[in-house]
Design a protein around this ligand. Structure first.
Ligand code: AMP
Length: 113
């Protein structure tokens, strides 16, 4: 089932895009939870972590490489950052298109609330 992220991929609704290639799109979160809050998504529609298949392994690894690239480019790689996938209700997932949150720019607490 398509989500609002599919519309962002198709450029049907606007987003502040920070990275794009054939397989991956990264854009600023509309409701940032830190000074830097970027969502890194595969263009392939995968609803949740529970839907991942073995064939998606390289693609998922690529999401983390894009996170690393953005962290280096934006200058917070050394200071630090957090990457998070939320899954389903208890994980706090609200958009059923798998997405890697990239958070940075302040000291992040642990454990999460
Ligand atoms: P999650 O709660 O893990 O599913 O994360 C979904 C994220 O998508 C939230 O942090 C939202 O703020 C973000 N979001 C929802 N709609 C948009 C949008 N149109 N553009 C950018 N980010 C969005």
């Amino acid at each position: 089932m398509s989500t609002i992220f599919s519309k962002i991929i198709q450029k049907e609704i606007p987003a502040k895009i920070v990275y794009e290639d054939d397989e991956v799109l990264a854009f600023e979160d509309i409701s940032p939870q830190a000074p830097v809050h970027i969502l890194i998504i595969p263009k392939k529609e995968i609803p949740t972590l529970n839907h991942l298949q073995a064939e998606d392994a390289v693609l998922m690894g690529k999401l983390f490489l894009v996170a690393q690239k953005i962290a280096k480019e934006q200058g917070f790689a050394e200071q630090g950052y957090r990457t998070v996938f939320n899954c389903n209700e208890d994980g706090g997932q609200t958009v059923d298109h798998i997405h890697l949150h990239l958070l940075a720019g302040r000291s992040l607490t642990w454990p999460p609330g």
